[in-house]
Design a protein around this ligand. Structure first.
Ligand code: IMP
Length: 501
């Protein structure tokens, strides 16, 4: 006879934290958000990879490219570069993160000399950057011909079809430096010459990097940045259970720090086989997370198979329609609570702590605090990160509002059928994700800092200065639907939209 769970499965929106005593020492700036990423013998050794913030970005085409990975590592978290691309392209993205030199920017605003003022404005709108490199082939590493900055054009006086050649600052009037110049010297050149950007070129005049005056202070500001022992940013990458024999070696060779099997349902022999292959070929040197699971049995299966962390969540993602199409899944809060208990039991029995990640379904910032309080070591977010400048998708203007594109890995747009393991390489004939827009939200740095300030504040209200302390002290309550209404503004006329709420 079928098994029935006694309790309905619940989501984050059905819970609140009940505050506890907070001492005068308990202030947001004193809170540490350090958290383990991979398995370790807790109490006996240090976790081999610890993050400075409990956030990782989703293994998705519309979220985790190299640019977002760098921005997130600067804040102390880890991106998992999407695996639904060729092995070479994914390894190149990892390599770009590992080889990223702080302060040296690979230009993302480039045009060929045939471009017009209209093209410059369109690109500026897309990237948000006002400096455009003009190269012979319009790429980031073409031969540098000139630079267009805002001071080079006057919209009221110049026709839109004017060629960039007419108004760019040409190479012969630009100050450039050899690609080998160190950051300190670059900044001196910028200050001495009162310029805003310095292009670095190789011996053949090909653009390599740009150094910007506006970045000068930001190199010093990233107190939380997550670096490996060679001072490169830490980065993760998604793999699947089919081509791991070629994908894993390429990613390892590119310098990846941690892998994660990307699958909608992880309680499977396919995942066990993938982890076994990695252990047989690399021992414990290569770290690999697995998932997704939503219960105790799924967690224990992957922990015993050797997963370095286990990801939780089926059907809760903002773009996910798995529950509607297949009728599988579980409320995210219930899944996290049950898996956290299994993780603690496994630790008591074996001395091995396997971190768990709550993946998907974070709608409000406080959901992150709830997930941590319920036992998650960190959270994975897709929609949240897709909104920022650094995500790899286009920024568009719709009905007067800026939005960014965001689509599921199981949508026809991504066609990532490898994350649905049913054996063989057959394509699914139905989608498990949608193609959508999310409101544009500016830079990742500002967004993450605001979010985590809220998380830290709530932790203080619960008397917790660390995630571990939050998990010990948190008191959670299920809220009724009427108290959810009470929790928003109500019975007032809001000034900005004249609505009664
Ligand atoms: P979000 O943060 O709520 O947007 O959820 C992101 C998570 O949704 C990802 O980390 C994946 O686990 C999951 N996901 C990504 N693409 C799909 C899809 O097409 N269908 C179902 N789930 C997806």
């Amino acid at each position: 006879m079928a098994y029935y769970f006694e309790e309905p499965s619940r989501t984050f929106g059905e819970y609140l934290l009940v505050p506890g005593y907070s001492s005068a020492q308990c202030v947001p700036t004193a809170v540490s958000l350090k958290t383990p990423l991979v398995r370790f013998r807790k109490g006996e050794e240090q976790c081999p990879i610890e993050m400075n913030i409990p956030m990782v970005s989703a293994i998705m085409q519309s979220v985790s490219g190299d640019k977002l990975a760098i921005a997130l590592a600067k804040q102390g978290g880890v991106s998992f570069i999407y695996g639904s691309q060729s092995v070479e392209d994914e390894a190149d993205m990892v390599r770009r993160v590992k080889q990223y030199k702080k302060g040296f920017v690979t230009s993302d605003s480039n045009l060929p000399p045939t471009a017009t003022l209209a093209d410059v404005l369109e690109l500026k709108n897309e990237t948000g950057h006002s400096t455009v490199a003009i190269t012979d082939d319009g790429t980031a590493h073409g031969k540098l011909l000139g630079i267009v900055a805002s001071r080079d054009y006057r919209l009221s006086r110049m026709p839109m079809d004017l060629s960039v050649k007419e108004f760019m600052t040409p190479l012969e009037r630009l100050i450039t430096a050899p690609a080998s110049t160190n950051l300190h010297d670059c900044n001196d050149i910028i200050w001495d010459n009162k310029i805003n950007s310095l292009p670095l070129v190789d011996d053949e005049g090909r653009l390599q990097y740009m150094v910007f005056r506006k970045d000068y202070d930001s190199h010093k500001e990233n107190v939380n940045e997550l670096l490996d022992e060679n001072k490169s940013y830490v980065v993760g990458a998604g793999i699947n259970t089919r081509d791991y024999e070629t994908r894993v070696p390429a990613l390892v060779e590119a310098g990846v720090d941690v892998l994660c099997i990307d699958s909608s349902e992880g309680y499977s022999e396919w995942q066990e086989r993938t982890i076994s292959w990695i252990r047989a070929n690399y021992g414990d040197r290569v770290k690999v997370g697995a998932g997704n699971v939503v219960d105790r049995e799924g967690f224990l299966f992957l922990a015993k198979a050797g997963a370095d962390f286990v990801k939780i969540g089926i059907g809760g993602g903002s773009i996910c329609i798995t529950r509607e199409t297949k009728g599988i899944g579980r409320g995210q809060a219930t899944a996290v609570i049950e898996v956290a208990k299994a993780r603690d039991d496994y630790f008591k029995q074996t001395g091995i702590y396997v971190p768990i990640c709550s993946d998907g379904g974070i709608v409000h910032d406080y959901h992150i605090t709830l997930a941590l309080a319920m036992g998650a070591d960190f959270v994975m977010l897709g929609r949240y990160f897709a909104r920022f400048d650094e995500s790899p998708t286009a920024k568009l203007r719709i009905n007067g509002n800026y939005v960014k594109e965001y689509w599921g890995e199981g949508s026809n747009r991504a066609r990532n059928w490898q994350r649905y393991d049913l054996g063989g390489a057959q394509k699914l004939s139905f989608e498990e994700g949608v193609d959508s827009y999310v409101p544009y939200a500016g830079t990742l740095a500002e967004g993450v800092q605001t979010t985590l300030y809220k998380v830290r504040s709530t932790m203080c209200n619960c008397g917790a200065l660390s995630i571990e302390e939050l998990q010990e002290k948190a008191r959670l309550t299920v809220v009724s639907s009427t108290s959810i209404v009470e929790g928003g503004s109500h019975d007032v006329i809001l000034r900005n939209n004249n609505q009664t709420n």
